[in-house]
Write a protein that binds this ligand. Sequence first.
Ligand SMILES: [Zn+2]
Ligand SMILES: [Zn+2]
Length: 133
Amino acid sequence: MERRNTIQKALILRAVCELKRHLTADEVYEFVKKDHPSIGKGTVYRNLAILTEEGAIRKVEVPDGSDRFDFTLKNHYHVRCVKCGEVFDVDMDEIPDLQKKIHDTHGMEFLTYDIFFKGICPECRAQEKEDKR
Ligand SMILES: [Zn+2]
Ligand SMILES: [Zn+2]
């Protein structure tokens, strides 16, 4: 039983890392199921929670959307396409002293953040152009 659990966990971790996207739990499930039809949804959800707890992946809470699972572990910003809902990493340095400022201004112990910008992704923009023709 122990060994089976380890294998399932590795499969789920691989799915998140290989697809290089910000997947919802359902998307991870659909991906793993293709090669392993016997895997249960509960197993996938449970392992995602364990992997997040262990710090192997990162859970990103999306405003007005399903949680996503991220392979990039360091703090970073996201931009979400308002058309298709896809989440992308923003390749930019953190706001300097962000954590210190939050602490000093508000006396909060800083833990983490989920910062989302909104936009329209290149694919959706191309689609919009098509539609306007
Ligand atoms: Zn889009
Ligand atoms: Zn990310």
